[in-house]
Design a protein around this ligand. Structure first.
Ligand SMILES: Cc1cc2nc3c(=O)[nH]c(=O)nc-3n(C[C@H](O)[C@H](O)[C@H](O)COP(=O)(O)OP(=O)(O)OC[C@H]3O[C@@H](n4cnc5c(N)ncnc54)[C@H](O)[C@@H]3O)c2cc1C
Length: 376
């Protein structure tokens, strides 16, 4: 007994893969189309909180994550000059035997989920997308860019924050607006003393590191920029090294030469967020992950809420033979948690930009971390 028999997932990011794996577990036939022929995201590091580790355990890849990535508990907070201010606990999530947090290179996590997707029996087509969709009362008929056609009981849209599908189904949703802050990231060798995430606080700039393997960590710097200006990628290493300069902690200073090497693979992203009001379906097409709920990274939860949504959608579809009941159950379990992450992350971002109340920042951080440990 499932609400659907055959589903198409559009987009093989973290959210789409999680949905596909969980639906296969419920006995549902799943096709997945991914537009990137190499199925490989950008090579930056990513912070994975305890709740996301719990979701990865549900998907069966936690042990692989521990082997390839890095897990730890707590976050160390420092001044720019290198004085330790505090250690923030990262409570372990309820209902799972996993660490309070971790880090990994994005391609490594994507590759392990891709293997799990294929092992679950999902029919994956790369370099392929939809060209048109037509809904009837009982089916969605899809034309693909490779010239084939298919009919499905449900389509899951997981094609990311710039979703083509969202443009078709939710034309009223406005384009993303730049939030006034950007994030720089770099890959660095891991000094021995970095055994868990560490953050240094400047006046308006925050610098952090998080181990992503036994040998490496990634460094991120959040920078306020009032307008979304183009920064020539050829200048990124110099800009990044310049942003590191005011952090006079010798540990940070010693890493500046590395920032100027190609191995650092500096990346810059202007930040934006998106929260489409629920319901996230139009008939037999439902959207998950960044397509409808994209957050700024202040709670390191974007991938997490997308993966959780994929799992919950799969669970609800396997629990009933009625599609509307399954979709109602999905929205009931996902809306408030996604809203909380996106709006609290935005508040943290605005406090940082305005140089606002550090007490409020710490309180929101604490409350959000605790809320995230709750069962989904
Ligand atoms: C700078 C930055 C730092 C971040 N750091 C963190 C962090 O530390 N921790 C964290 O948890 N989250 C973080 N996030 C958020 C996280 O990256 C996203 O929430 C997550 O990747 C969303 O996954 P998704 O599968 O929903 O979308 P995506 O990752 O965007 O995946 C969409 C997939 O669909 C494919 N696709 C696109 N269009 C089509 C199409 N028409 N047809 C078929 N396929 C298509 C794409 O190729 C892609 O594979 C960060 C985000 C940013 C911007």
């Amino acid at each position: 007994m499932t609400a659907v028999n055959k589903v198409l997932v559009i987009g093989g990011g973290f959210s789409g893969m999680a949905a596909a794996i969980q639906m296969r577990r419920g006995g549902i036939a799943v096709d997945l189309v991914e537009i990137d022929p190499d199925w490989c995201p950008l090579g930056a590091g990513i912070t994975i909180n305890g709740a996301t580790l719990r979701a990865l355990q549900t998907l069966g890849v936690y042990d692989e994550f521990v082997a390839q990535g890095y897990v730890s508990d707590g976050v160390e907070l420092y001044t720019a000059q290198g004085h330790k201010m505090a250690e923030l606990p990262t409570p372990r999530p309820v209902g799972a035997d996993v660490s309070g947090g971790g880090g990994i290179m994005r391609p490594a996590l994507a590759a392990m989920l891709a293997r799990a997707t294929r092992a679950a029996g999902v029919d994956v087509r790369l370099g392929c997308s939809f060209s048109s969709l037509e809904q009837t009362d009982t089916q969605v008929n899809v034309d693909f860019t490779d010239g084939t056609r298919g009919s499905y009981d449900l389509v899951v849209g997981a094609d990311g924050v710039h979703s083509k599908l969202r443009g078709l189904l939710f034309p009223e949703v406005k384009p993303l607006e730049y939030i006034g802050q950007g994030v720089w990231r770099a890959v660095m060798p891991r000094p021995e003393e970095i055994v868990r995430p560490r953050m240094w606080f400047g006046q308006h700039i925050k610098l952090g590191v998080n181990p992503v393997s036994k040998t490496h960590m990634y460094m991120f710097i959040t920078e306020d920029r009032p307008t979304k200006e183009h920064i020539d990628p050829a200048t990124w290493p110099q800009v990044f090294a310049g942003l590191m300069q005011p952090f006079t902690d010798p540990l940070v200073q010693a890493l500046i030469p590395h920032a100027l090497t190609p191995e650092a693979a500096i990346d810059y992203r202007p930040l934006a967020n998106l929260l489409v009001p629920a319901p996230w379906n139009r008939g037999r097409v439902v959207m998950i992950g960044d397509t409808v709920a994209a957050t700024t990274p202040h709670l390191a939860s974007g991938a997490g809420i997308g993966i959780e949504s994929g799992i919950v959608l799969g669970e609800e579809l396997a629990r009933t033979d009625d599609l509307q009941t399954a979709l109602d159950g999905f929205h009931a379990r996902r809306w408030e948690r996604c809203r909380m992450v996106i709006q609290n992350s935005e508040r943290l971002c605005r406090i940082e930009i305005e140089g606002g109340d550090k007490e409020e920042h710490a309180r929101i951080m604490r409350e959000s971390i605790i809320a995230l440990t709750q069962p989904i």
